[in-house]
Ligand binder design. Structure first.
Ligand SMILES: Nc1ncnc2c1ncn2[C@@H]1O[C@H](COP(=O)(O)OP(=O)(O)OP(=O)(O)O)[C@@H](O)[C@H]1O
Length: 279
């Protein structure tokens, strides 16, 4: 990971955040920060509290979840605020694993795009789709979301999310439901968005680069995109640091198991090829 410049702006600060339901603690006193332009992954097994943490950040927690601690987005304290109660600069753009949750299933892609952007020109809409590496953009504009592949829909969701002008993107398992090639396309688009995106239309965030919180249970996917990792287990952060360091010298037993499992999957995947070469 490149060192964070001293004068970097803190885009997200999660401070002693706990989330509970009745007497059960689901997220337990976690703290971490994200600086502008950083790509950080929140990684952990199913049920470790990643999505709940994402919901506390983007303001979509169920109202019956008890929140304590602080979440600051661009300096605004938002832990207790649902998304619609937040100032524009404190709203994080979000993409989810379930792409249908962000798209109107009954409206063509072109209509949805032009309603959310106020862009009426077909050429500008086509340019937007091309930025998302969506080929065949002409035909995509007239299709319904169900007439796109999962990978195309996810790239469209990323475009929609970034149109909000937010400087923080929370991507909650955006590649989990996709095949390997579609995963690669989504990662490529996310990487490109982080490299190119500056908030042009937001008065408060003007010129601010995009920061990414990438939520996943797959450390090998995270390694293709992120510089830093925060590892969660059973609602707690057990380790955090540069991703390359975690991969080469994992300290916590859970991180060690995660890295070993990723190596095993890699070796298993390579085995048939090896046999074929040796045959
Ligand atoms: N709305 C809710 N009401 C009650 N319990 C919940 C709610 N959302 C999540 N939980 C519980 O909180 C714990 C953490 O869930 P969370 O969805 O954050 O896990 P996760 O790490 O994102 O898992 P996955 O990788 O499977 O999405 C789980 O035990 C889950 O059952």
């Amino acid at each position: 990971m490149s060192a964070i410049p001293v004068d970097s702006k803190c885009v997200l600060e999660v401070r002693n955040l706990s989330l509970s339901l009745d007497q059960q603690t689901l997220v337990d006193d976690i703290s971490f920060s994200l600086y502008e332009g950083e790509r950080v992954c929140l990684i952990g097994a199913s049920g470790s509290g990643k999505s709940l943490t994402a919901r506390a950040i983007n303001g979509t927690l169920a109202p019956y979840i008890k929140v304590s601690g602080e979440v600051l987005v661009n300096g605004d304290s938002v832990a207790q605020q649902p998304v619609l109660a937040r100032r524009a600069q404190a709203r994080a753009a979000t993409v989810f694993q379930d792409t249908y949750s962000a798209l109107n299933p009954l409206m063509s892609v072109g209509k949805q795009l032009s309603l959310s952007t106020n862009i009426q020109s077909r050429d500008e809409l086509l340019a937007l789709l091309k930025q998302m590496q969506l080929k065949d953009a002409e035909s995509l504009l007239s299709r319904l979301p169900s007439e796109l592949s999962g990978g195309q829909r996810q790239r469209l969701c990323i475009a929609f999310a970034l149109l909000s002008g937010a400087n923080l993107l929370v991507a909650d398992e955006p590649t989990t439901a996709l095949d390997v090639l579609s995963q690669q396309q989504v990662i490529k688009v996310l990487r490109q968005c982080c490299d190119d995106h500056v908030c042009a239309h937001s008065e408060h965030l003007h010129g601010s680069p995009l920061s990414l919180l990438f939520i996943t249970h797959d450390i090998s996917v995270a390694a293709q995109l992120c510089d830093r990792a925060i590892v969660m287990q059973d609602g707690k952060i057990v380790e955090q640091g540069p991703l390359q360091t975690l991969l080469s010298q994992p300290k916590h037993p859970y991180t060690q198991r995660l890295v070993q499992a990723a190596h095993r999957v890699h070796v298993d995947t390579c085995l048939p090829q090896q046999k074929a070469v040796n045959a």
